[in-house]
Design a protein around this ligand. Sequence first.
Ligand code: 13P
Length: 334
Amino acid sequence: MSIEDLESVALAMVAPGKGIIAIDESTNTIKKRFEAVGIENTEENRRAYRELLLTTPGLNEHISGAILYDETIRQSTRDGVPFTQVMKKAGIIPGIKVDKGPVALAGFPGDVVTEGLDGLRPRLEEYAKLGAQFCKWRAVINISEDNPSSTAIEANCHALARYAALCQEAGLVPMVEPEVIMDGDHSIEVSYEVHEAVLRSLFNALYEQNVMLEGTILKVSMVIPGKESDEQADVEEVAEATVRVLKTTVPASLPGIVFLSGGQTDEQSTAHLNAMNRIGPHPWPLSFSYGRAMQQAALKLWAKDMKANYAEAQKTVHARARDNGLAALGRWNG
Ligand code: 13P
């Protein structure tokens, strides 16, 4: 696959007014989401829930791609149609989470590093055969008095860049995701400084590993105070700080940037994205790749009555996609 092919997939992922739905929760993470609403974590419930999301009528009006999990990319609808076929038919690009999650970074209490590079090349080949066109790898950066260490930032960015190079070799667009976690009582200024250090390190590492930025998508957190901070920021402050840190660290050759929701409410995640796009134009499209902020309302409804609320839950997914799609254009009016 040429760089032009990678670039055209990357550009389609951030097409105007469109974003990505992240439904790549590992079996452990979906267990937590299911338990919170009283759903048993069986393979059939996971399959049925992902079918509900992926077959939402009109989803492709605002959604360009969906990130799947290893189990999900192999699953089919109740009628036996592989999810990847359902998606391709609707013009929704299949993506796949390929990291194996964060583990404690030895020697640096409180810091974590994402694993999954060993054996990644053959796994990518298999995912490409299964129909994936882009991948995701999430690095977790914790903030506390002593975290993150510069070692943690470098180790995570090195892994992200090694992963990205392998993806491009396999003809897959890497979505590189450094997530600065919102937990803690840190200020918006501290969040800004950590984002700046992480993004500088990331783009250095991508350069060192010969990653072609034209065929890469950045997925990132917003510059926001810690959840337990006494000083919460208003929508404009978050939008302004996030855009500022991106402009100072992210090359203009990148085809697009998408955000994770990271524990923000549905309303916050949409309002922040909208405000950022209102202060544009920017060098890259700014869109969304939300998990919880796309799904949480629908999951609650479905949990109450899987049959009776099925269509209503899908309508909620569509409404969230529409609102976030409008926010990606700066045209959401609350
Ligand atoms: P949230 O939007 O729930 O943070 O999830 C997005 C994601 O894919 C995190 O890796």
